[in-house]
Design a binder for this molecule. Structure first.
Ligand SMILES: [Zn+2]
Length: 279
C-alpha cells in the first residue's frame, strides 16, 4: 500500500470513529430505555426469519432467566414511562405479534418454565381460524396465567393507507372483541407491519388506546412518545443467540451503527459501509 493510500485509509478510520462517537453521544440520554422484545412464531416446522425454533427460543429465555431479567406488562412499562413508577430490576417486556397457535403450543410452556409472562398482539378476526392462530380458549388460559392481550387490528390492516373510518373501525372493534372475551381493559396496540403516521396516532387515541408499539428498532424510552414505542425484533438467523444478546445489551450502539451505515452510503462510501456488521 502506498503512503497516500495509507493516509486516506487512516483519515477514513478516524472520520468513522469521530462519526460513531458523535452518534453514540447523541443517543446516550436514552441508554436507560427498557427492552421490548418482538417475536412472531416459535416452532420447529417453519424455517423463515420470523420463526424461531423451540431450541433457540428456550436458549434466549434461559439467558434472560440466568441474568435475572424480570418480565413486565405493558401497564408496568407505560406507568414507568408516563409517571416514573418504579420497575423491577432488569425489566424486559416480551411481545408476540399476530397470535400464532405455536405461541401457546411451544412458547407458552417455555415461558412458564422460567415463570415469565408475555404480551400477545392479536389479529382478532383470525383468532380460532384455520389452525394457524390461537383460539379464544387458549387466549383465555394464557390470560388467566398472567399474559396480556392487546390489539393488532381485526385483519392485520396496514393503517398508513387506510381511511379514517376503516382505522377507527378496526381499532375499536378489535379492542372490544378482546375486552368482551377476556373481560379486561385493552389499552395497547401494535401497528400491523409497523405502518403508522401522525393521523394513525390521533385515531388510535380516539379509539381508546393508551400507547402503541412500532417495529422501529430500539428501546422504549421516556423521550419517546407513548404511540411511538420502539421494540427489538428478534429474528432467526445464523448465530441467533449471540445476535439476541447483542441486540438486547447494546441496542443503542446498534442504532448508532445503523446510522453510520446510512451516512457512509450518503457519502458514496458504500464499500466501507458494508464492513459494518449489524447483528
Ligand atoms: Zn403483524
Amino acid at each position: 500500500m502506498t503512503s497516500l493510500k495509507k493516509k486516506i485509509l487512516l483519515c477514513l478510520i478516524i472520520s468513522f470513529i469521530v462519526l460513531f462517537a458523535h452518534i453514540s453521544y447523541k443517543h446516550s440520554s436514552s441508554w436507560s430505555g427498557i427492552p421490548v422484545l418482538n417475536y412472531h412464531q416459535v416452532n420447529d416446522e417453519a424455517h423463515n426469519a420470523l420463526t424461531l425454533s423451540s431450541y433457540e427460543f428456550n436458549a434466549q429465555m434461559e439467558y434472560l432467566y440466568q441474568n435475572n431479567y424480570t418480565t413486565i406488562s405493558p401497564n408496568q412499562l407505560v406507568d414507568y414511562l408516563q409517571y416514573g413508577t418504579s420497575l423491577p430490576p432488569n425489566p424486559v417486556l416480551i411481545t408476540f405479534d399476530d397470535g400464532y397457535e405455536d405461541n401457546y403450543r411451544i412458547a407458552y410452556p417455555i415461558l412458564k418454565k422460567y415463570n415469565f409472562k408475555a404480551t400477545e398482539f392479536l389479529i382478532t378476526d383470525f383468532v380460532g381460524h384455520n389452525g394457524r392462530y390461537l383460539t379464544w380458549k387458549q387466549v383465555k388460559e394464557m390470560g388467566d396465567n398472567g399474559f396480556t392481550f392487546a390489539s393488532h387490528t381485526l385483519s392485520h390492516l396496514f393503517l398508513g393507507p387506510a381511511t379514517d373510518d376503516e382505522i377507527l373501525y378496526q381499532l375499536t372493534k378489535s379492542r372490544e372483541a378482546i375486552e368482551w372475551r377476556l373481560n379486561q381493559k385493552v389499552e395497547y396496540l401494535a401497528y400491523p407491519g409497523g405502518a403508522y403516521d401522525q393521523r394513525t396516532i390521533e385515531l388510535a387515541k380516539q379509539a381508546g388506546y393508551r400507547a402503541a408499539f412500532t417495529i422501529n428498532f430500539g428501546r422504549a424510552t421516556t423521550e419517546d412518545k407513548l404511540f411511538n414505542l420502539r421494540r427489538i425484533p428478534i429474528f432467526n438467523s445464523t448465530h441467533t443467540l449471540l445476535r439476541f444478546k447483542l441486540r438486547l445489551k447494546f441496542t443503542q450502539i446498534i442504532i448508532a451503527m445503523q446510522e453510520c451505515k446510512v451516512i457512509l452510503n450518503d457519502w458514496g462510501l458504500a464499500q466501507i459501509s458494508k464492513w459494518i456488521y449489524i447483528p
